[in-house]
Write a protein that binds this ligand. Structure first.
Ligand SMILES: [Ca+2]
Ligand SMILES: [Ca+2]
Length: 386
């Protein structure tokens, strides 16, 4: 018997795992297909939670209880005929705490996407009559509606649009600069009503493309973010049949960028007849891809997240956290000079006690940079250090 070497080996192995463990804490639950959550600047202790059918609730973070009246209720305006249709994203104006202005991305009952400005007079409820439709455009099919909407570090509103839908972009929208589908748009919503097109958008004054377009060649970006510290842009583009993509764009770059779809899926020519091809000149290659499958580092449909800039979790500092929706794995990578490295699989660590995370529809970030996981089956979790 030589217990000492065995004990020493155990001690040594535990020393190699230097970081404290991360975990999740349930913040609230019982939502119907929650699909987004967020916090306006200057308001702490609360979380706004969006249900796909057209309702937004304000939740008290300490108790997990929601306000009696919803913040927004527009079910009668929102289509839920398609699985990917609904109220899909929200962006608070930076001055929401004083103006009550915010923006949503939804699919309506006539199969359009609408970008709508609302004004909440008390920052707790919304009169649906305050709706002002800023953009409205036809969707070809019920899937691939994008849905993400957020303000960039330049103060402009960014909007992610899927390619219109079906499979393999049959109408070739993503490379068509005359279509808003398969694009990231960028508009200036600072006017009291309506919007302006930023003068430095890539196709302003150029008949080759629509002026609202900021970037193109995307399939169905599902959750993007701007790094709150650096202003870098991260985009998760859902793949067709083989590869899921994470894309990275440094701050102040990306004007007119082509992310390659439908010619490219991940790093390869899209493998459908007469669809794939060589990468367009200057096409942006994804920073990270993972293959389709049910294994630990595989999935079916990417859900983009955030670079962690909170104070509480040392292990996650500076890491981009993302997930797969259907194969509910949760991972992070680091970015260095536009290259991804340091992949970590957090899935096991983040499983809640006595349960599991089922379908990750979104991540959320609060004013301290702390992160949350939105489970489409009902619960909202905060990522914490054990
Ligand atoms: Ca669509
Ligand atoms: Ca791409």
């Amino acid at each position: 018997m030589h217990p000492k070497p065995a004990l020493f080996a155990l001690f040594f192995a535990s020393c190699l795992t230097v970081h404290a463990e991360i975990a999740t804490k349930q913040v609230a639950t019982g939502f119907e297909r929650p699909i987004w959550a967020g916090v306006p600047k200057g308001i702490d202790g609360k979380l706004w939670v969006m249900e796909q059918a057209g309702t937004v609730w304000i939740v008290d973070q300490a108790t997990g209880e929601r306000e009696k009246e919803p913040f927004l209720e527009i079910k009668s305006e929102v289509s839920r005929e398609g699985n990917e249709e609904g109220l899909l994203g929200l962006a608070f104006a930076a001055d929401f705490a004083t103006t009550g202005r915010y923006y949503v991305n939804l699919t309506d009952k006539d199969q359009h996407t609408r970008i709508v400005r609302f004004i909440s007079k008390d920052q707790k409820t919304t009169d649906p009559k305050s709706a002002e439709v800023l953009l409205k455009y036809q969707q070809d099919f019920r899937n691939h509606n994008g849905g993400w909407i957020a303000f960039g570090p330049d103060g402009y509103l960014y909007i992610a649009n899927g390619d219109g839908g079906s499979a393999n972009d049959p109408k070739q929208r993503a490379q068509d600069l005359d279509s808003l589908l398969g694009k990231i748009l960028r508009i200036d919503v600072s006017p009291e009503t309506g919007y302006k097109v930023p003068a430095d958008n890539p196709f302003v004054g150029n008949k080759a493309g629509k002026p609202e377009i900021w970037a193109y060649g995307v399939r169905n970006p599902w959750r993007n973010s701007f790094d709150r510290e650096t202003g870098d842009f991260w985009m998760a583009d859902v793949g067709q049949g083989l590869w899921e993509e994470i894309n990275f764009m440094p701050k102040d770059k990306g004007n007119g960028a082509n992310y390659g779809w439908r010619l490219r899926e991940g790093h390869i020519a899209t493998p459908a007849k007469d669809v794939g091809g060589d990468a367009p000149k200057d096409a942006i290659e994804p920073i990270y891809v993972y293959p389709h499958g049910g294994g630990k580092n595989e999935g079916i449909s990417v859900t983009g997240g955030y670079v962690y800039r909170g104070e509480k979790i040392k292990e996650l500092k500076g890491r981009y956290i993302f997930a797969d929706y259907q194969n509910p794995r949760i991972w992070s990578i680091k970015q260095d000079a536009g290259e991804a490295d340091g992949f970590i699989d957090h899935t096991d660590a983040l499983q809640p006690e006595g349960g599991r995370i089922n379908l990750i529809s979104s991540f959320a970030e609060d004013n301290d940079g702390e992160l949350y996981i939105i489970d489409h089956t009902g619960p909202i979790y905060q990522i914490i250090e054990k």
